[in-house]
Design a protein around this ligand. Sequence first.
Ligand code: FES
Length: 167
Amino acid sequence: MEKKRRDFMGLGLGLFTAAGGIGALYAMKRTWDPLPSVKAAGFTTIDLAGAQANVLTVEKWRGKPIFVLKKTADMKADDRDIVMGADRFHVSIGLCTHLGCIPAYEGEQHKFMCACHGGEFDASGHQIFGPPPSPLEIPPFKIDGTKLVLGEEGPEFKKMKDAGLIA
Ligand code: FES
């Protein structure tokens, strides 16, 4: 009788310890997992299906402005273009590579103009005038149908990177 009672108490204590252990593991996992807001900040999906040619859209990714420009048929094609079917897009981080101001897009001239020190970039993001030392930076991206997933390195991005086109 005494042995049975001890076995029962031992089992109870074991279960109690196991439950506590599982609870502690769960609490630790919750502590280590990134917050939902952090997870959501890592990737941004932009649907390019409705984009209008020569109209700049500015999205936000990881706190930075992202330029998305659908090129018109008469704009020069560039190796840095993102090609989706028959459409070509210029996508870049919208920060001047000189000192980080946000350039404005002048649609009639097909140029990005930086008001801070007069830097200019063409519609493919190449610096064409003034102090900017390098082209507008291309963020890591993946093409998913008509969508662009920013923050993920897809094959098209890796190809650009391997070709030395990513500033
Ligand atoms: S920050 Fe753009 S030209 Fe200086």
